[in-house]
Design a protein around this ligand. Structure first.
Ligand SMILES: NC(=O)c1ccc[n+]([C@@H]2O[C@H](COP(=O)([O-])OP(=O)(O)OC[C@H]3O[C@@H](n4cnc5c(N)ncnc54)[C@H](O)[C@@H]3O)[C@@H](O)[C@H]2O)c1
Length: 336
């Protein structure tokens, strides 16, 4: 279906994250041409078309009928993910679908079902934390035995709401649009690294809160996650109405040392040699989008195996409702 060794990609949704994906495509997907820009907002579709040389559309069906692309990168609010991803898969298009795959597990099942019925297409979920350089470096170090056996870990996301993401009537403010609150938006990016390092989450206990009162869903979730490999990790995701301190984003404590992702950039190893820790990795969150789109391009054009299959993202998406249940029952809840 892909001719000439180049990928004709449609951008579906030309809002905030589309700008990040555009930069990533320019940086890292040298065999990809953006040939269609689709947004129900005509101005956005046309502005992105002007930037990329693509053909603009305000209707996804028109873009499919015109055969304007071989693959789509779906970047619309989560409540529309199912409708657009399923239509694209049924039309035989390869799909890279922004996270969360969908607001409910039932909708995820239907999307995965459509992907199974389209065996010649590539279907991946854009969870860029899978490619986050600091996270990948920590996984390598754990595998090399840098901290011995893992005792516990900590994931910390506490920031004021980002302008442009949580303003006024933005879709992120609505639980129906997203399937919850900050846990299912930002929290997923902090749960994926924990799973990459510690395995699958068996059960959780959580409290939720609403410090950012304008948002309908929870803007605070503090949870403990018990992993199938044994350790329990803490997971905090908070939209704070006031300024916050720059604490480490992740900490992995093992029997012979500790690894710390100290903000965006440095990975530090504490093995007793230097009390300030030793820098053993450097990266940047935004680079994760470069690696992600390069991997999608390689999966479609070369048949390269994905770093993570789409159904792997169900691990986070099952943990989130278990946290919501636990916040109600005040008990440990199994993840299923
Ligand atoms: N991976 C990340 O770091 C990251 C960051 C931000 C957003 N996201 C995800 O990206 C997606 C988009 O987020 P955003 O912040 O860019 O939102 P946004 O509101 O800035 O942009 C969404 C765009 O989709 C368009 N749209 C809505 N319904 C449509 C439809 N049916 N057909 C075509 N276009 C439609 C809107 O007009 C808008 O331009 C969401 O799924 C979000 O969860 C991921």
């Amino acid at each position: 279906m892909v001719d000439g060794g180049r990928l004709r990609l449609g951008f579906v949704g030309c809002g905030t994250i589309a700008q990040w994906h555009l930069a990533a495509a320019r940086n890292a997907a040298s065999r990809t041409d953006i040939t269609a820009t689709i947004d129900t907002d005509r101005d956005r579709a046309e502005a992105m078309a002007k930037e990329t040389g693509a053909q603009p559309f305000t209707s996804f069906d028109d873009a499919l009928n015109d055969d304007a692309c071989d693959a789509v990168l779906v970047m619309v609010p989560p409540r529309f993910h199912e409708q657009l991803a399923v239509a694209a898969l049924q039309a035989g298009k390869h799909v890279l679908l922004e996270k969360p795959m969908a607001p409910t597990l039932d909708a995820c099942d239907r999307i995965l079902g459509a992907a199974k019925h389209a065996p010649d297409t590539v279907f991946l979920v854009a969870e860029n934390a899978q490619f986050w350089p600091e996270v990948v470096r920590v996984r390598e170090l754990i595998q090399e035995g840098a901290v011995g056996d893992i005792i516990t870990a900590r994931a910390w996301h506490c920031l004021p709401p980002m302008p442009g993401f949580y303003d006024g009537a933005h879709w992120r403010m609505s639980s129906q649009a997203t399937g919850g609150g900050v846990t299912i938006h930002a929290g997923l990016h902090w749960l994926r690294p924990l799973r990459m390092w510690l395995g699958e989450i068996d059960e959780v206990v959580a409290v939720t809160g609403h410090p950012f009162q304008q948002m309908e869903g929870e803007s605070l979730c503090r949870a403990l996650c018990r992993f199938d490999t044994g350790p329990t990790a803490s997971f905090d995701v908070i939209l704070s109405p006031g300024p916050t301190a720059p604490l480490p984003l992740f900490q992995v404590t093992g029997t012979t040392g500790e690894l710390v992702v100290d903000g965006i950039g440095p990975v530090k190893h504490y093995d007793g040699a230097d009390p300030r820790g030793t820098i053993v990795g450097q990266g940047s969150y935004l680079e994760s989008h470069n690696a992600q789109i390069a991997a999608f391009e390689a999966a479609v054009l070369d048949g390269a195996p994905p770093a993570a299959t789409a159904d792997y993202s169900l691990g986070e998406l099952r943990a989130v409702p278990a946290m919501y249940r636990s916040a109600q029952t005040h008990r440990w809840e199994p993840v299923w």
